[in-house]
Ligand binder design. Sequence first.
Ligand SMILES: Nc1ncnc2c1ncn2[C@@H]1O[C@H](COP(=O)(O)OP(=O)(O)OP(=O)(O)O)[C@@H](O)[C@H]1O
Ligand SMILES: [Mg+2]
Length: 373
Amino acid sequence: MPGQPLKSIQIEGFTSIRSATVELRQLNILVGANGAGKSNFVQALALLGRIVDGELGLFVGLNGGASALLTDGDGTSRIRLELDADPNSYEAVLVPAANDELIFETEVVYYHEPKYDRPYSKSLGHGHRETRLATETGGPRGGIAKYVFALLEGCKVFHFHDTSADAPVKRTVSTADNLTLRPDAGNLAAYLYRLQTSDAAADQAAYRRIVGAIQLVAPFFRDFVLQPENNDRIRLRWQQQGSDAVFSANQMSDGTLRFVCLATLLLQPELPALVVLDEPELGLHPFAIVQLANLLRQAASRSQVLIATQSVTLMNQFEVDDLIVVERRAGGSTFSRPDAAELEAWLAEYSLGELWEKNLLGGRPAREDFDQA
Ligand SMILES: Nc1ncnc2c1ncn2[C@@H]1O[C@H](COP(=O)(O)OP(=O)(O)OP(=O)(O)O)[C@@H](O)[C@H]1O
Ligand SMILES: [Mg+2]
């Protein structure tokens, strides 16, 4: 569902991100050294997602409290997040409160009317613990909050790294939990079952595309075996080519299982407005990484996509305009887009990954000059 195009995100005072404005395009590939701040940026997007779910308190608690999230644990500072779309924006300023919590110092929604210089703004209040977007949507000025609510809800961070024995994707789940794919793929079996048994042609086509994409990477894979068991619960099971044996998710290799999650996410009929993934290449063979890049590019033609990666193979599949280079300067993360015109001569001869390895794009580990702080 194409919603409002996201134009940029501004982050201040959040972990290593002292102050950054990052323009968002259809496809956004964050690259940078270990500890540069890629995952911190992804976490800021996850925070926006938890805010709209009314789970700011839970997010802060699970991530080590306000002091772990404020830059340098500074109890006198604040976190400012602004998500700009066309025509709406959202701004939240979060300040530390008792018990290492974060509360809203301000929360504001905006509407940009092209004929006016300044956007119309509406404050949702001060000092509250959870967002007022949901309560505001029913009010007299609910219109803007409603659109902003949808905007934030559309930003979804997914993480499929966990393939341990009790990983969410391996558990049984209610068949009713099938509306959207959960961020941890905990309802993958129920979601695939809905696509497989749906009357809608688009759902069936998506299911076939998902199975086809998996077979490209794992030619031994035949199909899923999706049958509800007791009390309408379902778990992920599958079959190999040339055998009738039915395997559990535990019998799928870690890389294959992650690719199954990625293919389902990126080929689903209705994508979230912004799909966010941190190091989706984890554990994938170079051939599977090339297939993943194809899926990411296809998804970016339907929605906006943002990933962080360390993979030269993955980077090689993209254009210089897709890259955002993350670097540490004086203890803070910086985000910049390489200048395609400046690199034109190099790009004629080398791939993006090769330029990266030659250190022509920046984003390499470097000593930091704290005198400039
Ligand atoms: N509250 C904080 N204040 C300042 N800096 C912080 C704070 N929390 C974390 N950091 C910095 O952020 C770094 C981690 O950044 P992040 O996890 O985003 O790296 P990354 O680019 O994802 O690296 P990798 O490629 O290894 O995953 C830490 O090394 C630390 O320097
Ligand atoms: Mg990281």
